[in-house]
Structure formats: C-alpha cells, structure tokens
Design a protein around this ligand. Structure first.
Ligand code: JFZ
Length: 426
C-alpha cells in the first residue's frame, strides 16, 4: 500500500528552515558556453546538437567538490538539472539513449550528485524539464500528435525513474511546461498546460513514490511552491516560495563564457535576506563549465556568503516575517520574540527604527559579538547608539534585538499623531 501523503505543514518544515539553496544548470549546452537555450536560440538541428554528447565527458565534474562548495556557502539544499529543454539526461533512463550514461561520459552524474549531497548533509532537489526540443510534436502538436504523445509519455516515465532510482528526493522542480512560441497550442493557460502534461496524474505518482516530496508550481498546477524567477517577491503567508536567480545576467543559467555583470556579494546577500524576510527561500544558480569545473567568480561569491552566514546564520535559517519597518537602513527577520535588523546601509554611530510596539530588552551586533545600547523614544523610535562609525562587516551587519513580546509595528492612531509624538499607544 502506498504511504499516505504527509501533511503540508510537516513536509515543508525543512524548506523553511533552509532558506538558502544552490541551483545547478549543467548539460551539453555548457560545452558551447552560450547558455542553456543555445540549441533552440540558434536553431541547431537535433542531430548536430546530439554530437555534443560525444565530447561531454565531465572529466572535471566532482560531485563532492560541488556539494562541498554549496555546503560551504551555507546552503542547505541543492537543485540540479537532471535534464534541460534539450532532452539530454544526466541520469540513466530506460526510455532514452540520449543520456550521459550511454554516451561519452559513461557516468550517472545525478547518482553522483545525490550521493555527495546526502553525504554533505544537503537536501536533494531535481530540476526536470517537461518539454524536450527534440520532439517536433512539442512545437506542432496538431501536426505531429504522436510525437507530442511520446514526449509526454517520456516525461512520465522519466519522472518515475528519477523518483524510483535515487532514494528519497526532497524536491521536484519542474520547468518547461509552457507552449512553444508560435506553436500549435491554442490555449496557453495553466489549466491547458496541466492537461497537456497530465500533471495531476504525474504528481499523484510522484507523491505515491515519495509522500514527503515538495513539488513546484511549474507543471500548471500550484502544488507546494511558487517560483519567482530573477526577482525576490513574497507569496502570501503560509505559502512556500523560492526565488531563483542567476549570478550573472538573466540570459543564462548554463555556462556563459564572458559574463561581465556578476552580482556583488552585498547584492546577493540582500536578495537572500529579502527572501528570508518574506519567509521564502533563495535558490542561487551556478553554471559549471562543460568539463564540470565551477568558475572562480561563483566559488568566490559562494565562499563569501558562507563566511557571512557563519556569523549571521541565526538571522536567516528558519526566519519568520517581522512587521517592523526597515527604514532606510535595511530589513528585519524574526524568530519568535527575537528580531534581527539586517543593516544594508550602515548609518554610523546611531541607527533609528520608528514605530516599534514592543519593549526591547537587549541588543547585540552579531558581526562583533558586542552588546549594543538601545533605548526607546516617542513614536516607538528604537534608537541604537554607540555603534562603530564604519560598518564592522563590509556587506551586511545584523543587530539582534530581544523583545519582551513579539515585535509588532505600532498601529498609528491617525496619520498626524506622530507630529505630537503620540503615533501609537506605547
Ligand atoms: C526557465 C528555463 O527556460 C531556463 O533555461 C532556466 O532553466 C530557468 C530556471 O527556467 O526559464 C523561465 C521559466 C519561467 C519564467 C521565465 C523563464 N517565468 O515564469 O517568467
């Protein structure tokens, strides 16, 4: 008898604890160094593209190194492309020969990834593209209905393989459920998407195989997780969400040779903190080279994030929403009665947050470990004083504040009361 699906609140606990994951886009396209859409974007014929498999040996792909880099960054899970829109599988499949196991590499990279991730204490996610560009039926389903049907059947078979052959997988990250540009799909709604892929059936099977799995919203059904892409936007409270992002320009998740616009460490940290402040997760992408090596720009940034999380992790992992305003200087996260003020723009010796309707008992600057003087003035103004003139940590500094009650934002009696110093009741 199949196990019963596990209650949502229970299933999603680890995800809320985690807050930070590493996404990996790697495949044949990585060899061409022009992003993961290169086959379609450049209209490379299927046979010509398939020749790349003869060169894809992954000689430098080292799953333990990769998962070590992720764990060192302070990430708690990973999501790796098991196959992207080109249809090339990094796992062993009975229903396809277009895999790394049956071509030059002769390796099951997904198996290696799963084992290494578990060893490193990371949760394991699978990215799986429903669509496969090699099928004419994807682009012209009316003209090639058999091909379209085959493609859908292949997806069902492969998701089943992925959830059968690698033990317990924590997250299933669908992608590519959408209708092709200019293709034969008359109806581009999410309902039509879910009908085309038979997603209800597919996800039912997934949950039978693995009752605690988290499934994202990209098969046309909402399932467990929203997936804002390249921006950090919170879903409504109670709903799981995860913002995925590239470190470089948005055009490429797979390796791009010269990618000059890498985000800075403070930018990445602000995204992570903004996600944590909205009770969501940050899934930050890396795109290894064709041979599997991870580029220096990514390693350096991930190491810096890990260093920061080593000091400030308690303000991020398992974070809750906090009502308090961040003012000009940053954003708040919370854990019960403890508030964490993440300072993005260091104000100097004094920092002020207005409209705080809870008594602050004590405060501490996490980057130095020093206690911070804190007092409360009219209009709920919380004033931290005696701070260092210059930011002690170059990126983001966190002040932890222990409050006597859950830190709530003062409700203003009327919009002008603050002028008299009587914004709220406290
Ligand atoms: C998809 C892929 O096409 C892309 O290659 C990458 O894997 C990314 C993570 O996901 O791209 C998308 C998917 C969804 C949107 C935009 C790009 N969207 O919802 O706006």
């Amino acid at each position: 008898m199949p196990e019963q699906p596990v209650d949502y609140v229970e299933r999603i606990k680890w995800f809320h604890q985690a807050r930070f994951g590493i996404f990996v886009h790697w495949g044949l396209y990585s060899l061409l160094e022009r992003g993961e859409w290169v086959m379609y974007r450049e209209r490379i014929p299927a046979d010509e593209y398939a020749e790349l498999a003869g060169r894809f040996t992954g000689g430098e792909f080292d799953a333990e190194k990769m998962t070590g880099i992720a764990a060192g960054a302070g990430a708690k899970y990973m999501v790796m492309t098991t196959r992207h829109h080109d249809g090339f599988c990094l796992f062993d499949s009975k229903v396809s020969d277009f895999t790394s196991v049956k071509t030059a590499a002769g390796r099951d990279f997904i198996g290696e990834y799963v084992e290494a991730a578990r060893k490193a204490g990371l949760r394991v996610g699978f990215y799986y593209s429903l669509l496969d560009w090699r099928f004419p039926g994807y682009f012209e389903p009316d003209k090639y209905p058999d091909s379209a049907r085959e493609m859908v059947e292949q997806a069902h078979a492969q998701v089943e393989e992925l959830l059968s052959n690698y033990g317990k997988i924590d997250a299933l990250w669908y992608d590519g459920g959408w209708a092709a540009d200019g293709g034969g799909w008359k109806d581009t709604s999410r309902t039509a998407m879910a009908e085309f892929w038979r997603s209800a059936e597919l996800n039912h099977m997934a949950r039978e195989k693995n009752p605690s799995i988290l499934i994202n919203n990209r098969s046309g059904l909402d399932e467990d997780l929203d997936t804002p892409e390249q921006h950090v936007t919170a879903s409504e409270p109670g709903r799981g969400w995860e913002s995925c992002m590239t470190m470089g320009d948005s055009c490429g998740w797979g390796f791009i040779r010269n990618n000059p616009n890498f985000k800075t460490v403070p930018q990445l940290l602000q995204h992570l903190v903004t996600a944590a402040a909205g009770e969501g997760n940050y899934l930050l992408n890396i795109g290894p080279r064709g041979d599997g090596r991870i580029r220096r720009e990514e390693k350096e940034r991930l190491a810096a994030l890990g260093e920061w999380l080593g000091i400030n992790g308690e303000a991020v992992y398992g974070s809750q929403r906090c009502e308090l305003p961040g003012g000009m200087i940053g954003a708040w996260t919370r854990s019960g009665r403890t508030g964490y003020l993440h300072i993005f723009r260091w104000p100097g010796e004094e920092a002020v947050i207005p409209l705080v309707a809870a008594k602050a008992l004590s405060a501490k600057l996490l980057s130095t470990g020093e206690d911070v003087e804190v007092r409360q003035e009219h209009n709920g103004r919380l004033v931290f004083s005696g701070l260092p003139k210059e930011p002690p940590h170059p990126y983001v500094n966190v002040i932890r504040v222990d409050f006597a009650a859950e830190p709530q934002r003062m409700v203003e009696k009327d919009a002008a009361a603050w002028l008299e110093g009587r914004a709220g009741d406290r």
